[in-house]
Design a binder for this molecule. Structure first.
Ligand code: KIV
Ligand code: ZN
Length: 530
C-alpha cells in the first residue's frame, strides 16, 4: 500500500528569511491562502521571535488558515518557545518547531557548548514545548554533519521528551543521497520509540541536491518533507515543493508513496510568490519555468505534435501551467478575458476585471496576439493589494549616447498631481530620482532584472526591482513595451509599498503612543545569530 508523504511548506519561514524574499503581513496571508488551496499538510508560518512583524504574521495565519497544521519556529529557549506558542495557539492545529544545532562544528564555534549541555537543553526544550502544545517537532540543526552516535542520542532525548516529529536537516546542503538516506535508516533503527514519531527531511540546495536528497530521505523512512515554493530559502534555497510533489507523482512506479497536493495549483503558487517577492524563477526551472513545457527543436516539435508522450513526462495542465496557445486578440471581450483568467487559476473581481480589460485593450492595440504570459504579467500591474498612494500620470525621458539622461515624471496622490525632473547617468536612474523628488523617499536599487514576456519579437519587457527605502527592502514589478517605463512603474510600486509601510508604522506608533520595538535576528536577542 502506498504511504502518504506529508508536505511541510516553509516558504513563509526558511524561504521568506532569505535575501530578496521578504513579504509583509498582507502578502504572507495571500501566500498562505494559496498554500492552503495547494493542499499543504503543514504550513510553517514564520519565526515569531525574529521580529514583531514575523510574530504578527504568524498570528494572522494561525487565525485565518484552518486547513493545514500551522507551525512556528523557535530556538531551544524559553523566550523563543513562549513567543512561538503565543503566535500559533489560536490555530486549529498548532505546532511548535524547536531546534538546536548538534554538529561539533556548531557546538564549538557557534554555541560554545559541550555535547552534554546540548543534550540536556534538547530534552528540556522539547519537554517545555510539549507542556504548551500537543504537537512538537524537533530539528537537530546540521544533522547532516553531526556525529552519528551523538545524533542518535539527541534524537532519543527529543523522543523521550515527547517530540512527535523528528526533522533531520542537511542545513548546509552537504550530504550526498546515500549518506542522507542512511541517516534516516540509522535513526529509525537505533532510536527507541520511533514507531510513535514521524521522520522529516529538510534539505538545502548548496550542491544542487535538495530534491534528490528529499527523495533519498523518503527511501530512508521519512514521511514528512520540508520544502518551499520555487525552492526559495537560505543561500541556494530549499527543496522545491513543486519538484518534490511532481517527482513523487510521476515516479510512483518506483516510490510507493503519494502526496495530497493539488498539483493544478502549483503554477499559480509559483506565480504568486514571484509577484509578491519579485524573485523571478529561471526560464528552465523544472515544473514552473517558462520553458518547462516549451518545445523549440524541430524534432521535438514534430514528436510532440504526433504524441505529447514523446517529449513530455508531465502535462502543463496537471500543474496548472499555461499551454502557450494563442488565446486572445483585440476582438475579444470581457467575458473571454474573465474566463481565461479563471482557467489560469485567477478568478477576478469586477474591479480587477475592469483593470485587466483596460490593460488588455491597450496591449491588443499594439500586439496581434495576447498570450497567457501577458495576462499573468498584468497581474503585477493592477492587482496590488497595497493601496497605490502615488500613481504615474505622465512619464518622459531623454537620453543619448553622450551626456546625462533626463526624466520628467508626473505623479498623482489623493487627486493632486505633482511633477518633477531629474538627471542621471541613465534614463532609468533619472526616472527613479524624479520619483524620489516627488515622494520624498530615497530608494537604493539592490536588484534589477529585465525579462521578456510572451513569445516573438513583440513580447513585452517585465522589470523586477528590489530597492531599499529607510533600511528596508521593497519590491516592484511591471510589464511594458517600453523598458524604462516598466522600470519606472516597478520602482514606483516599491516606493508605494515603502510609503504604505511607513504610514502603517506611524499609525501604529501613534496608537501605542510610544516607540515600536522591533527585534531583528541581529538585535540584542541573538548576539551570535542562530
Ligand atoms: O536548515 C535548517 O537546519 C533549518 C532548521 C531551523 C530546521 O532551517
Ligand atoms: Zn533550513
Amino acid at each position: 500500500m502506498p504511504e502518504k508523504i506529508f508536505i511541510f511548506d516553509t516558504t513563509l519561514r526558511d524561504g521568506e528569511q532569505s535575501p530578496g524574499c521578504s513579504m509583509n503581513l498582507a502578502e504572507k496571508l495571500e501566500m498562505a491562502r494559496q498554500l492552503e488551496r495547494l493542499g499543504v499538510d503543514i504550513l510553517e508560518a514564520g519565526f515569531p521571535i525574529a521580529s514583531e512583524g514575523d510574530f504578527e504574521a504568524v498570528c494572522a495565519v494561525a487565525e485565518e488558515i484552518r486547513g493545514p497544521i500551522i507551525a512556528a519556529l523557535a530556538r531551544a529557549s524559553q523566550l523563543d518557545i513562549d513567543r512561538a506558542w503565543e503566535a500559533v495557539r489560536s490555530a486549529a492545529r498548532p505546532r511548535i518547531h524547536t531546534f538546536l544545532a548538534t554538529s561539533d562544528i556548531h557546538l564549538q564555534y557557534k554555541l560554545r557548548k559541550t555535547r552534554e549541555e546540548v543534550l540536556k537543553q534538547i530534552a528540556w526544550a522539547v519537554g517545555y514545548a510539549k507542556s504548551l502544545c500537543p504537537d512538537v517537532e524537533f530539528s537537530p540543526e546540521d544533522a547532516g554533519r553531526t556525529d552519528r552516535n551523538y545524533l542518535v542520542e539527541c534524537c532519543h532525548a527529543a523522543v523521550e521528551a515527547g517530540a512527535n516529529v523528528l526533522n533531520l536537516p542537511d542545513t548546509v546542503g552537504y550530504c550526498l543521497e546515500p549518506e542522507y538516506e542512511k541517516m534516516f535508516a540509522d535513526v529509525k533503527a537505533r532510536v527507541p520509540g520511533m514507531e510513535r514519531v514521524m521522520l522529516s527531511t529538510h534539505t538545502h540546495n548548496d550542491l544542487g541536491m535538495a530534491v534528490a536528497n528529499t527523495l533519498a530521505g523518503i527511501r530512508g523512512g521519512a514521511r514528512q518533507v520540508e520544502c518551499t515554493i520555487n525552492g526559495i530559502g537560505e543561500r541556494a534555497g530549499n527543496a522545491a515543493l513543486e519538484e518534490v510533489a511532481m517527482a513523487i507523482h510521476v515516479r510512483r512506479d518506483v516510490l510507493p508513496v503519494f502526496t495530497e497536493i493539488h498539483s493544478e495549483e502549483l503554477y499559480a503558487a509559483s506565480r504568486l510568490l514571484t509577484r509578491l517577492t519579485g524573485m523571478v524563477v529561471q526560464r528552465n526551472k523544472a515544473i514552473v519555468g517558462k520553458n518547462a513545457f516549451a518545445h523549440e527543436a524541430g524534432i521535438h516539435q514534430d514528436g510532440v505534435l504526433k504524441n505529447t508522450i514523446t517529449y513530455e513526462i508531465i502535462t502543463p495542465q496537471s500543474v496548472g501551467a499555461p499551454t502557450n496557445h494563442i488565446v486572445l486578440g483585440k476582438h475579444s471581450g470581457r467575458h473571454a478575458l474573465s474566463k481565461r483568467y479563471e482557467e489560469l487559476g485567477y478568478p477576478l473581481t469586477k474591479p480587477e476585471l475592469e483593470r485587466a480589460y483596460e490593460l488588455f485593450c491597450r496591449l491588443a492595440d499594439r500586439k496581434k496576439q495576447v498570450y497567457d504570459e501577458d495576462l499573468l504579467g498584468f497581474m503585477d500591474e493592477g492587482f496590488e493589494h497595497i493601496p497605490e498612494m502615488y500613481s504615474l500620470k505622465l512619464f518622459q525621458t531623454v537620453s543619448s549616447t553622450e551626456g546625462r539622461a533626463t526624466a520628467t515624471v508626473e505623479l498623482e496622490k489623493d487627486g493632486t498631481t505633482s511633477h518633477d525632473s531629474a538627471t542621471a547617468d541613465g534614463p532609468c536612474d533619472a526616472a527613479f530620482r524624479a520619483i524620489d523628488r516627488i515622494t520624498g523617499l530615497t530608494g537604493e536599487i539592490t536588484d534589477f532584472a529585465v525579462h521578456t514576456v510572451g513569445p516573438g519579437t513583440d513580447g513585452v519587457a517585465e522589470v523586477s526591482i528590489q530597492a531599499k527605502f529607510e533600511g528596508r527592502e521593497f519590491t516592484g514589478k511591471s510589464t511594458n513595451h517600453n523598458v524604462v517605463e516598466a522600470a519606472a512603474k516597478a520602482y514606483l510600486q516599491a516606493a508605494n509599498k515603502a510609503a504604505y509601510e511607513l504610514k502603517r508604522q506611524e499609525e501604529k506608533q501613534a496608537a501605542h503612543s510610544g516607540p515600536i520595538h522591533t527585534h531583528k535576528l541581529t538585535d540584542q536577542f541573538f548576539p551570535g545569530g542562530y
